[in-house]
Design a binder for this molecule. Structure first.
Ligand SMILES: C[S@@+](CC[C@H](N)C(=O)[O-])C[C@H]1O[C@@H](n2cnc3c(N)ncnc32)[C@H](O)[C@@H]1O
Length: 414
């Protein structure tokens, strides 16, 4: 059979490039727009044919050699074959396309804020356990698969996380632990703490937890091993973080994201702010410093508990409403808040949450999103409800991967 030759022309969300061949649309992994590649079909994804580029016939000037030996097999990174400046341009095009498909125009002055050094940025990593002939190992899911690829290095994680993995595997082997599922590691960006959580398949069995922690600590003398909470410090504030709560995985870019969002929010000393999907309260506490106070809404009870503690640690005027945004907003009275910041998970906002936001009619909304399609969808809902998009920014929280974080400022019309 003749090899499949494809000419991708534009980027798709997910890291692939879109090619058209005889009217048929292909998503081509590991190819860049403008290239000619030989490709191998890999089935379908969301109704579209998928192929992997197996040979580059005409390379893009933006193509680079991926530095990671696992690139192409590992499910973690999709864009290492593109120069970093080009990754940022591809992400801008993906956002622009998502907005235009929803009927919106991405403001032409939208900044794309990347990293000077787009490696070793992750302060949190979740590693799958793999029972190999030589004992336990840790790794990641393979691309489009549930099988696990064990790894010795990962260039997007903090080096302290990478070097801790063999110690956890060795201790698990020495203590003959059974049924491991995954290991979550989070490092303190400005301290020595290493927060760990080991999960088992099914119900957690009885296991020698203290002995395990002791052995790992012996093997990692430079780390301060923590299994309850760690510190996250920035801008003279300090927060407690736990394994069961969300934390921004890219510390450096978290600061860029928060500065960008808070400057859009432009809180005035007399303003009251709503922080929706507030997590453990980093944005709430930071916004409380510039305003009369913040009402934070969050559904994860562990995050609410930590958020209240974080507000106290930082003497910040933050009040938590525990529960779902779509439900809790119903109890918020009109005219109480001048500005809202929201940072929902990938699925975006429930229609009821958007309806409540429109009812409340705050002057300014700052919407932070990690999924361009739901961001665009929700922005359209808010525009229909009387808002206008004033500014936008893309903050690259996830270099080398397809993930995109974008922020939009909306102002109420009239
Ligand atoms: C992307 S995180 C944002 C956290 C925070 N803004 C930060 O920067 O750390 C989303 C948060 O929304 C919470 N969440 C998800 N769905 C929710 C809902 N329907 N109502 C309230 N909180 C929700 C999650 O528990 C999580 O803490």
């Amino acid at each position: 059979m003749a090899p499949l030759i494809l000419r991708p022309a534009s980027p798709a969300h997910g890291g692939a490039a879109v090619a058209r061949d005889d009217g048929k649309v292909w998503l081509v992994n590991y190819a860049l727009p403008g290239e000619v590649v030989e490709a191998e079909p890999r089935g379908r994804q969301g109704g579209v044919a998928v192929a992997d580029a197996t040979r580059v016939i005409e390379a893009s000037p933006h193509r680079v050699t991926a530095p990671c030996p696992y690139f192409g097999q590992c499910g973690g990174c999709q864009l290492q074959h593109a120069a970093y400046a080009h990754q940022l341009e591809l992400k801008r095009q993906v956002v622009e396309e998502a907005w235009s498909r929803a009927g919106l125009r991405l403001p032409p002055d939208t900044a794309v804020l990347g990293m000077d050094d787009p490696w070793r940025y992750r302060i949190r990593g979740e590693f799958e356990a793999l029972a190999s002939a030589g004992g336990w190992r840790f790794g990641f899911h393979r691309m489009r698969s549930h099988s696990v690829l064990s790894i010795d290095s990962c260039l997007i994680h903090d080096r302290r996380i990478e070097s801790a993995l063999p110690a956890f595997a060795q201790a698990a082997n020495e203590l003959e632990l059974k049924g491991l599922q995954n290991l979550l590691l989070t490092v303190e960006p400005t301290g020595h703490g290493l927060l760990w959580r080991l999960r088992f398949r099914g119900r957690e069995p009885k296991w020698p937890r203290d002995e395990f922690a002791h052995r790992v600590a012996e093997l990692l003398p430079e780390a301060v091993l923590l299994d309850d909470a760690m510190s996250l410090e920035f801008w003279d504030m300090t927060f407690r973080v736990r394994s069961d709560t969300f934390v921004q995985t890219n510390y450096q870019q978290m600061l860029v994201l928060y500065s960008t969002a808070l400057s859009m929010l432009a809180a005035q000393p007399g303003d009251r702010i709503l922080d929706l999907y507030a997590g453990l309260g980093t944005i709430s506490v930071a916004a409380a410093r510039d305003s009369a106070g913040v009402t934070a809404i969050e559904e994860n009870p562990h995050a609410v508990q930590l958020g209240r503690l974080n507000a106290r640690i930082n003497s910040a005027r933050v009040e938590y409403l525990p529960g779902k945004v779509e439900t809790e907003l119903r109890g918020v009275r009109l005219g109480q808040h001048q500005a809202v910041i929201l940072d929902p998970p990938r699925a975006g906002c429930e229609p009821a949450a958007l309806a409540e936001l429109i009812r409340l009619g705050a002057e300014r909304l700052v919407y932070v999103s990690c999924e361009p399609s739901t961001h665009a969808r929700d922005l359209v809902g808010l525009v229909r409800g009387g808002y206008r998009v004033r500014r936008a920014a893309i903050v690259d929280m996830f270099p080398q991967t397809y993930h995109i974080e974008s922020v939009a400022l909306l102002e109420r019309k009239g």
